[in-house]
Structure formats: C-alpha cells, structure tokens
Design a protein around this ligand. Structure first.
Ligand code: ADP
Length: 161
C-alpha cells in the first residue's frame, strides 16, 4: 500500500491546500494530512480545531485521513508507514524554504522522499495569512477559504479581535 503524508500548519486550510490534497490523494492509497504544531508560528486555531476544519473540507475524499503531531514530520511519516512527504510550491519564495526543509528531512531519514506538487496558477497567491488579513477588514475570502468553513472562520476572527 502506497501511503503519503502532507504536513503543514493549515491555519486554516485554504482552497490551495485543498487542491494539493485532492491531486495528491489520487496518486496514493492513503494520504495523511498532518497538522504540525510549529512553535515558531502564532496560530489562530489550536491543532485539534485545525484537524476538525480539514475533516469538514475533506469528508468526501475517502482515502484522506487527518492527524496532528508535535514532533518531526519524518518521525510521524515513519510511524504512519509513509515513505513520501507531499508539499506544495507556489512561487520561488516557497521553493527556497521548501528545499531547505526537504534537505533536512532527507538527512534525518533518507528513506523518505519529498514530492512537490506545483500550485495551480490561479491558486498560487492563496495563503492562510492573506485570508486572515482580508477577512479582518471584511473583504471577500470566498476564493481563498473552502465554503464549508467560511462562516466559522469569520466568526473566529471576530472573536479573537
Ligand atoms: P507550513 O507552515 O508548513 O508552510 P502551510 O499550511 O503554510 O504550512 O503550507 C503547507 C504546504 O502547503 C506547504 O508546502 C505550502 O507551500 C503549501 N501550500 C500553501 N498554500 C498553497 C497553495 N495555495 N497552493 C499550493 N500549495 C500551497
């Protein structure tokens, strides 16, 4: 069975993330979407909230499972018996940081490969942080945030203000 893991902050999941999940899930028997608790990021949602939001958006994708972890991606990949890490690349800026992460992961566990999926051009400017910025000023985020979680997201931002 071919299993892969797609790790990230997903604070919250965007239509860009969802596109990577849909495309990657077609190429593996199981795709684990892993919410990683990154200490350097000041997140809007707790890891368990982020898991629930992803589950809501991926409930029709039968081979997608959502998990969370505090540790290293390669350790989680090994635990889940995944030999592929999936990441998305939007622009040159992503490429530089993604290369550093993939090289570090290769050093930590050379048996795990990183596969990059290139963002669809029309989705390549979408990010969780842009969604937060636009929504905090009342702008339209329907092209960034998946429909099932928009209401909840706007409510959460208002609550946190
Ligand atoms: P991280 O903090 O690990 O970068 P993110 O949630 O920001 O977590 O992103 C997770 C992964 O999804 C990264 O590989 C990122 O480049 C990719 N990604 C983010 N937004 C998009 C998008 N709009 N299209 C394609 N890939 C994306």
């Amino acid at each position: 069975m071919k299993k892969a893991i797609y790790p990230g902050s997903f604070d919250p999941i965007t239509i860009g993330h969802l596109d990577i999940i849909k495309r990657a899930s077609k190429n593996f028997d199981v795709l684990y979407v892993a919410v990683l608790n990154n200490n350097n990021k000041n997140c809007l949602y707790s890891p368990s909230e982020r898991v629930k939001l992803i589950e809501k958006c991926t409930k029709d994708l039968k081979n997608v499972k959502v998990v969370s972890s505090d540790g290293l991606t390669v350790d989680l990949a090994k635990k889940l018996k995944c030999d592929v890490i999936v990441r998305g690349i939007r622009a040159l800026t992503d490429y530089e940081s993604e290369l550093a992460i993939a090289s570090a992961n290769m050093k930590l566990n050379p048996n795990i490969e990183t596969f990059f999926l290139v963002a669809k051009p029309e989705l390549s400017f979408l990010s969780s942080s842009i969604a937060k910025e636009v929504a905090s000023y009342g702008g339209d985020i329907s092209y960034i945030i998946p429909k099932p979680i928009i209401k909840e997201f706007i409510h959460k931002l208002k609550k946190e203000k």
